[in-house]
Design a protein around this ligand. Structure first.
Ligand code: ADP
Ligand code: ADP
Length: 542
């Protein structure tokens, strides 16, 4: 027993070792008698970008609905509606007081970017331009369209946009509004690193120049680090209760989150630390060669996109990271390897079984998760399968749900499980990080690594989350070129050379946080940035 619960913990909060102070107070909101309860709220601040860092299902959306005045907080009194005065009494003297007073006076306009951009086409029928024009409240629409590079697609129908295009249209539609408070729920899914950095800069610009409050939920830590002025960590027991801490500096917030221990709160939120070993870049695998492919070329039509691939070999038991901007031919190459697409020149006849998880997941059969996974592998439900796949991907809680009811992160984990459950020589995963929270990314990473090792198989993982690639890959396949025009793939190379090539194309250098060794993007033009560029070391310290 933790002290307040006389008989039994209603939250089953075994990972919470010492009871947070907050839980002895009333929550901000409780959905029902034994339903989810939220403790604490983030405080939006004018001219600042506030980040929220935490797992899915911990109450971030609930907090935002309260701050957006879509839902009145019941202060834990389920079924009652406290007055504004009662609510304000709770927050007098805190960072939230001013904000809540403005809200009471009806002075807060809110603009929101939804988490799942894939659902926008269900809600809007028309061209991207028509959607965007409705939002042009500041006269900045053209500027935002150009900065995000969506000009070539604004006359396309919403149904015909890719995930990365939809993400940028949604971002522009939100930032074009004239609001006091902007809430952006995940900005990075389907965007490449350059696009992620542009999104981060546009959000910072609007905060700084417009004196507006920005609140961002983001799981790509390199981007969150760049974006946020301060961070509220969210922790608790997903689905049961969530606690949002008071603001921490961005650096401390991320470091404490990774370490699993919140210092001010004296709270352990996870048993294990998430570590970024400053590995000497992993030594390349010496396993048997699985695939040896010759120079390949692929063109779509006369003047459309063309891709040149330099010959290379892929080895057993290794994880090959695949990096490069969007629209540069990564999926085209994957499809040629998988035998789903004929090269225009050269040929790939691997004779290998390839299991493929596409970037945009399309598992919409009316079927339960357990039935779906059982239809893929006879190993379903064996202790071996449970240990290797179900546990690390946290599938227990979703087994009985319908595929069509899953959230984005749940759908992603089921799709990764489905891919790894196949009996294959090569596992090809396109953007497995999308919609996963930080812990799920780490767990998915080790599941993929272990699986490749234990099966003498190879995994190729296309991803834009540099933390994930760092934790995941033995070698890198680097793509460059001009998106939608021409692409080039170098042969697979070691992590150091690969990162250097990839990051020099982007003109970004990373340093290591002195405490956790996590990679952090250097300020362009800073002393470190210049020094590392001169030394040609963009990622690993020399
Ligand atoms: P996050 O944004 O961190 O993923 P949410 O705020 O969406 O979390 O949800 C937190 C918890 O509250 C979830 O367990 C969710 O099922 C529950 N919840 C959300 N909305 C309602 C509601 N209207 N009634 C009951 N429970 C809800
Ligand atoms: P990436 O995976 O790096 O984002 P892709 O391989 O999906 O890139 O696409 C590279 C380029 O080829 C893009 O400009 C895309 O629009 C174009 N493309 C992809 N498939 C086809 C196709 N079947 N016909 C014509 N163009 C295509």
């Amino acid at each position: 027993s933790c002290g307040i619960c006389v008989n039994k913990c209603p939250f089953d909060a075994i990972e919470i070792i010492n009871l947070p102070q907050e839980l002895t107070d009333e929550p901000v909101h409780r959905y029902g008698e034994n339903a989810f309860a939220l403790y604490g709220l983030p405080a939006p601040q004018e001219g600042q970008v506030t980040g929220i860092l935490g797992p899915n299902g911990i109450g971030k959306t609930t907090a935002v609905r309260i701050l957006a005045d879509e839902m009145a907080p019941n202060l834990g009194q389920y079924g009652q509606e406290p007055s504004w005065e009662e609510i304000l009494d709770e927050y007098r003297g805190t960072a939230l007081q001013d904000y809540l007073e403005d809200m009471r006076d009806g002075d807060v306009d809110v603009a929101r970017k939804p988490q799942y951009v894939d659902r926008i086409p269900d809600q809007f029928d028309g061209k991207a331009r028509e959607l965007l024009e409705q939002t042009d409240e500041r006269g900045e629409l053209d500027y935002l369209i150009d900065r995000t590079g969506i000009r070539p697609v604004v006359d396309n129908h919403i149904d015909d946009l890719s995930g990365g295009e939809l993400q940028r249209v949604a971002l522009v539609a939100t930032l074009a509004r004239d609001a006091d408070f902007y809430f952006l729920d995940e900005i990075t899914p389907y965007l490449d690193i350059g696009q992620r950095m542009t999104a981060a800069r546009l959000i910072r610009e609007l905060a700084e120049e417009g004196d507006r409050s920005m609140l961002v939920v983001e799981h790509d830590l390199a981007i969150l680090d760049l974006l946020a002025d301060n961070i509220n960590v969210a922790y608790g027991s997903p689905g049961a209760f969530g606690i949002i801490t008071s603001p921490k500096s961005t650096k401390n917030g991320i470091n404490e989150y990774l370490s699993g221990y919140l210092e001010n709160e004296n709270m352990r939120i996870r048993q294990t630390e998430i570590e970024f070993e400053e590995h000497a870049p992993r030594t390349a695998s010496t396993g048997d060669v699985v695939i040896e492919y010759p120079d390949l070329q692929k063109s779509y039509g006369e003047d459309e996109f063309s891709l040149d691939v330099e010959a290379g070999t892929i080895r057993e038991s290794e994880v090959l990271g695949v990096v490069g901007p969007n629209g540069i031919g990564k999926s085209t190459f994957a499809k040629m390897l998988a035998g789903r697409l004929e090269p225009s020149e050269g040929s790939v006849d691997t004779g290998l079984d390839i299991a493929y998880k596409p970037q945009y997941i399309d598992i919409d059969q009316p079927m339960r998760v357990d039935a779906f996974l059982a239809s893929i592998t006879d190993d379903f439900g064996t202790s071996y399968w449970n240990t290797e796949i179900a546990q690390p991907l946290q599938l227990d809680a979703v087994m009985e749900q319908q595929l069509t009811d899953l959230s984005g992160g749940e759908r992603q984990r089921v799709a990764i499980a489905a891919c790894l459950s196949k009996d294959a020589d090569l596992y090809l995963l396109d953007e497995p990080s999308a919609h996963l929270d930080v812990e799920q990314r780490v767990l998915a990473t080790s599941a993929i690594r272990r699986y490749a090792e234990n099966h003498d198989a190879t995994a190729m993982v296309i991803d834009h989350d540099i933390y994930m690639i760092d934790l995941l890959a033995d070698r890198l396949l680097v793509f460059d070129g001009e998106p939608a025009k021409s692409g080039h793939a170098a042969p697979p190379q070691g992590m150091r050379e690969g990162m250097n090539e990839f990051l020099s194309n982007l003109d970004i250098t990373f340093r290591r946080d002195e405490r956790t060794s996590r990679p952090r993007i250097n300020k362009p033009g800073s002393q470190l940035d210049r020094k590392q560029k001169n030394a040609g070391e963009y990622y690993y310290s020399p």
